[in-house]
Design a protein around this ligand. Structure first.
Ligand SMILES: Nc1ncnc2c1ncn2[C@@H]1O[C@H](COP(=O)(O)OP(=O)(O)OP(=O)(O)O)[C@@H](O)[C@H]1O
Ligand code: SF4
Ligand SMILES: [Mg+2]
Length: 370
């Protein structure tokens, strides 16, 4: 940890890495580990109905994120990305499975240790206009995770003010900006303030939920560069959620693709972007600016996921590879598990080789046409 992450008096002690028998434990290499994470929400059928309905937002997600790296989480709206993030932040309790932060199972933590572990995870949200309290001065917003509503005076106040000045400089703002209010800053500057606030308690993991999607393209690039520099300097880990695969490619070493609450493909960014092996990943990549849109034009079933057999592949209702292969029985007979398709690269498709072939065929056709 560098001097820019120096602690202040108000910071609670870091969670101890000790075993049940009191022996010191080595720091786990992975800051985050999700094992078979499931989240179900109970919904009412209608305003006046007493009948309830279970909705599975996250369905058996397992992944791990090594310290100092970035995992990107991509997928359509409603695929469960933010719900995963909310469990990591301790805001939503899993229905099943576990969330481990720095080796601690969040569900088993209590009291001060729970507070300390939760402080290892901070968040930066999409909208810098609504995520900062307009009535608070920027210095107080950044200091809030350190003071937690306490009034601080004397030497502690001075140390916190110094820390705020240090953080403002770190994110590329002048330190004398602490006395201003959020409305006196542009969108990009506000996102820098949100990042400074997230960094204040020296977190080990920052959840970035659509961190640049509310920003103009040029400002977006500046914020991404800042995030990358901060990671290099501080060694902080990111879990970045975005619809924008360009943003994810820039930041992430590893990418997980979510569809209907599940991970359908996960792997090193290079491998996943160059050799996608799930039709849904190929579809997402084909929608990127400048990519080949030919895959999106392929015939596909116009099905309804709720009308498919329970054991069918969860993507079968709209899978163009299934149509291309003449509706093979396997697609409706069994839902494929995530399986190894390369080095640390996993995909959940019975016909992942066909996806690879199709991807290179379409790319070739596109190049020949262009
Ligand atoms: N508190 C909640 N109560 C009920 N349903 C919820 C709740 N939070 C999320 N959901 C539902 O869970 C599903 C997953 O939502 P989530 O916000 O995780 O998706 P997302 O991938 O982040 O989508 P987006 O890209 O639009 O932000 C959605 O169908 C959503 O409506
Ligand atoms: S198993 Fe079949 S339906 Fe599922 S993604 Fe692969 S090709 Fe498509
Ligand atoms: Mg979301």
């Amino acid at each position: 940890m560098t001097s820019s992450q120096s602690a202040v008096d108000s910071e609670p002690t870091r969670p101890a890495q000790v075993a049940d028998n009191g022996a010191p434990q080595p720091r786990p290499e992975e800051i985050l580990r999700l094992k078979d994470l499931t989240v179900r929400f109970e919904l009412r059928r209608g305003m006046l109905s007493r009948r309830k309905l279970d909705m599975t937002a996250v369905d058996g997600v397992s992944l791990s994120v090594p310290r100092g790296t970035t995992l990107g989480l991509v997928g359509a709206t409603g695929s469960g990305k933010s719900t995963v993030a909310h469990t990591v932040m301790g805001m939503v309790a899993p229905t099943g499975g576990t969330v481990e932060v720095a080796g601690h199972d969040l569900a088993r933590l209590k009291g001060r240790e729970r507070v300390a572990v939760r402080r290892l995870v901070q968040v930066v949200l999409q909208d810098p206009y609504s995520s900062l309290d307009p009535r608070m001065k920027v210095g107080d917003i950044i200091a809030e995770p350190l003071t937690l509503g306490r009034i601080v005076r004397g030497a502690e106040r001075r140390r916190i003010d110094e820390r705020v000045a240090e953080l403002l400089t770190l994110v590329g703002l002048r330190e004398n900006r602490a006395e201003r209010y959020p409305h006196q800053f542009s969108g990009g500057q506000r996102q820098r303030i949100a990042i400074a606030r997230a960094l204040a308690p020296s977190p080990e993991l920052i959840v970035l939920d659509e961190p640049t999607s509310a920003l103009d393209v040029s400002v977006r690039a500046q914020i991404l560069t800042l995030l990358k520099r901060l990671q290099d300097e501080l060694g902080v880990t990111y879990l970045v959620i975005s619809h924008d695969l360009v943003t994810v490619a820039y930041l992430a070493a590893q990418v997980a693709v979510m569809h209907l609450g599940r991970i359908v493909e996960i792997g090193p960014t290079n491998s996943l972007y160059r050799t996608p092996q799930h039709p849904y990943t190929l579809e997402l990549l084909a929608s990127m600016p400048g990519a080949s849109p030919k895959f999106l034009e392929q015939p596909r079933p116009a099905g309804d996921p709720d009308k498919m057999p329970a054991h069918a592949c969860r993507f079968a209702y709209r899978c163009s590879v299934r149509t291309r292969l003449g509706d093979p029985e396997q697609c409706v007979d069994s839902d494929p598990e995530l399986g190894a398709v390369g080095d640390r690269h996993n995909a959940a498709c019975h016909f992942n080789h066909e996806v690879l072939t199709l991807s290179s065929t379409l790319e070739h056709a596109e190049r020949s046409a262009g």
